[in-house]
Write a protein that binds this ligand. Structure first.
Ligand SMILES: Nc1ncnc2c1ncn2[C@@H]1O[C@H](COP(=O)(O)OP(=O)(O)OP(=O)(O)O)[C@@H](O)[C@H]1O
Ligand SMILES: [Mg+2]
Length: 470
């Protein structure tokens, strides 16, 4: 539990906040204490000046009774400041808040010494009070710059406002604790806000890893965590699609394999029945067998090919190829078949086309696939036209036929694996519906594109574009 993100976040947060609070609290209470004593010092200085003003008369006429008279007037009660008045020699002539017996003693408190030398001083010191006092001392004189007649020393024990300072410390400590509680609560909410979604995603990720691909994370925020959740869901969707497509592939492949294998079994049974009786019939069955085996071989090879290109494992050897040569190599194997079918194959390749960057064998495979399809659908007397041209920095190859064309609804599926527009008829002709799927992946793996345009009844035109060789 303490290793969880939530705890780590909360702890980090609390450590930062509490150290800030403690620092602030200590600083505030120090600052407050300093301000408070400065204020008391200033008050005491004012008081000392006032007392000095009143003591001036008595001191100038050397009349201690007069001095003391004024002191009685300045009585502040028991808790009031202590006052000591000395003459110019430092001998105490009057006190208040101290035993009268002190009168006549020599006062050697250093602040009084300073006052007698004409300075006004104030500060925190230990004079007369073991626990410390705040004091002020001022000289008594006739006027600014004139002779010093004596000194006035006023002090208050620090213990008097200890209670005050303690109270203030309590207030500050209380605020710090309150701030910590609020910060802790906020931290908890924040940590939950971050750790909650992370835990949710962690749970969904384990589900995905365990193969439960339908799991999704709710997207709760628009921040990085929300983005992460979105990416995770996206990935889960991709995984689900890949999984579905893999299953479909295996099912389709098994389905496609079943027919030729069943045909083989039938042919073998037929062969058994006739092999001893009629060698002529047997020869016919063997031909059938050969054809089925051939079909099976092609199918297996196509499946292997497709799985290679789909997994990106196909090795392509790109070189600079002449478009004219590619077309020549592709058309050549079909010349005899086209003539037998009564179909004309025309080529149209302008001179000086730029070379293309592609794998020669794979491109011939793509173009022969297109020609094979065209030849399968073009009726006798029809025409297949192969063209090459340059367009916007690319080289374009097209195979157009005068066959039945492809219905609009089927155009979008034409490059799907195992897709055939007319299942019965094309299977008869040996097609598994893999040619275009393989072609598309091969062309795209080489940086090219393959598209089809067709109107039903008006033939079809397949277009391959390839990048120019640099
Ligand atoms: N030129 C065309 N005119 C009309 N339909 C076409 C044309 N080319 C392809 N098709 C349709 O698209 C389907 C898919 O073609 P594809 O080449 O992928 O498979 P196939 O030729 O049936 O089998 P394979 O190429 O694997 O032997 C074909 O079965 C056919 O129905
Ligand atoms: Mg084909």
């Amino acid at each position: 539990m303490f290793g969880s993100i939530r705890w780590k976040l909360l702890m980090t947060y609390l450590i930062v906040v509490s150290s800030a609070c403690v620092f602030l609290g200590v600083h505030l209470s120090r600052e407050f204490q300093a301000t408070y004593t400065r204020q008391v010092e200033a008050d005491l200085l004012d008081l000392a000046r006032l007392v000095a003003l009143n003591a001036f008369q008595g001191l100038s006429t050397n009349d201690p009774a007069e001095v003391r008279l004024h002191l009685q007037g300045a009585d502040h009660g028991a808790g009031g400041p202590r006052i000591v008045i000395t003459d110019a020699s430092g001998t105490i002539v009057g006190v208040r808040g101290l035993p009268e017996s002190a009168v006549g003693e020599h006062e050697n408190e250093s602040s009084i010494g300073k006052a007698l030398r004409g300075q006004e001083v104030a500060g925190v010191g230990a004079a007369h009070q073991p626990e410390g006092t705040v004091y002020a001392a001022v000289p008594v004189r006739a006027g600014p710059g004139s002779r010093v007649l004596g000194a006035v020393h006023v002090s208050l024990p620090l213990s008097l406002f200890h209670a005050e300072l303690r109270h203030i410390r309590w207030v500050i400590a209380g605020s710090v604790v309150a701030a910590l509680i609020v910060a802790g609560a906020l931290g908890l909410v924040l940590a939950r806000g971050i750790a909650g979604p992370v835990q949710e995603m962690q749970r969904v990720a384990s589900d995905l890893a365990a193969g439960r691909l339908g799991e999704r994370v709710p997207i709760r925020s628009r921040d990085e965590l929300g983005e992460l959740a979105r990416s995770l869901n996206h990935m889960a969707g991709d995984l689900e699609r890949i999984d579905a497509s893999r299953r479909a592939f295996v099912a389709d492949a098994a389905h496609e394999l079943r027919t030729p294998v069943a045909n083989l079994a039938v042919a073998i049974e037929a062969l058994k029945a006739v092999i001893d009786k009629s060698p002529d019939q047997a020869a016919g069955v063997v031909t059938d067998l050969e054809r089925e085996v051939q079909r099976l071989t092609t199918l297996v090879e196509d499946l292997l090919d497709l799985s290679l290109v789909e997994s990106g494992q196909v090795r392509l050897h790109a070189s600079a190829l002449s478009p004219a040569e590619l077309i020549l190599r592709s058309v050549h194997p079909f010349e005899k078949r086209a003539a037998q079918a009564g179909v004309t194959i025309a080529t149209d390749v302008p001179p000086r086309l730029p070379r293309v960057a592609a794998d020669a064998d794979r491109m011939v495979q793509v173009l022969t696939g297109l020609l094979d399809n065209a030849l399968k659908v073009t009726p006798p007397g029809g025409r297949i036209t192969m063209r090459a041209s340059e367009q916007r920095g690319r080289v374009l190859f097209s195979v157009a036929d005068t066959g039945p064309g492809i219905a609009e609804a089927e155009l979008v599926h034409i490059f799907d694996r195992f897709y055939r527009t007319d299942r019965a008829r094309t299977r008869e002709q040996g097609g598994a519906g893999l040619g275009l799927a393989i072609a598309k992946r091969l062309v795209e793996a080489q940086g090219g594109t393959i598209t089809v345009e067709s109107k039903e009844g008006q033939g079809a035109r397949f277009v391959v574009t390839l990048p120019k060789a640099s």
